[in-house]
Design a protein around this ligand. Sequence first.
Ligand code: SF4
Length: 389
Amino acid sequence: MPWDPVLLRQPLLRWWQEHGRHTIPWKLRPNGSLPAADEPLDPYPIWIAEVMLQQTQLQVVLPYWQRWMAAFPTLECLAQAEEHDVLLLWQGLGYYSRARRLLAAARQLQLQIEGQVPRPRRSADLATWPQALESWLALPGIGRSTAGSILSSAFNRPFAILDGNVKRVLARLIACERPPARELKRFWALSEALLDPERPRDFNQALMDLGASVCTPRNPRCEQCPWQPHCAAYAAGTPDAYPVTDTPRELPFQVIGVGVVLNSAGQVLVDQRLNEGLLGGLWEFPGGKQEPGEAIEATIRRELKEELAIEVEVGEELISLEHAYSHKKLRFVVHLCRWLAGEPQPLASQQVRWVEPAALDAFPFPAANTRIIAALQQRLQAEDSAAAA
Ligand code: SF4
């Protein structure tokens, strides 16, 4: 690089002092005031926020984080929580394995803290929390950037970060001609070289704030940027061309037949997915992939027999919707079904339940299923009104 990374610290920190985000609640003392430079902060709220922020923007995360802190205000509370309640609070944030790993990590950490000799009076004592990078990396769901962010934010420890915002800023700063994911070693070295060892908490926050508010994905505001004199992408006149990305591959597309099965008591059948994959542990309406040449009604009948050992009569379509995940696109074709025979068995799930339609909100569902619930409740209300008329 044509410049000394040390020279970039002061301009960024000066910019941050004036323009940075200084009201992020987990970066403040409990009374809402700013901490002193070396004053430790409680790592628990920071950790929760950092995991939520892994795939999601700050403004979206804020209400989730507030609800979470109200329900599970301490590590002890989270460690004792039921997975069902944790997933329910996570509902809508996506990437649900993050919530399950958070719970597993909380239980692991709680055991570690309780096992300390001498035993701490309260595990909320900040001194009982691990302060080594390796200790955090050993917990489920915590990578190097998350660990660095927690330790620099909570204890002002000099660990670098490399989240999506930071990768974008650094890619532009050096006009990197390869995607950041292919240059991780180089990017980590750069983030470490830039980090201010005297003010790692402020520096990392400043870097994240620069990416979030100035060096934005589209139309970066280079005229307001403290690093403009050093920025290779700006000098080349093409900041938008960075970070370079690999050509996106075509996402595979699948049609999923889904059955909303009602019994004679008006209850609806839901099952809980196995604890694996993106949506593990969440509840859903049963169904599965349409085979080539198969009518969707036949798909639903077959899937419900294979996965739940039940016979159903497939009725009319309730809703059809599309949903894109990072690795595939799905179209859900949802039909109302009438249960005919067979005690439902969880042959491909953790458990199956008959539930009153009004009680579906108490179960954590993936985003696509919440639209199915809304369609079902609307449909049942319409039927009730028609019957009452
Ligand atoms: Fe990003 Fe522009 Fe600043 Fe370069 S000058 S770091 S492209 S905002």
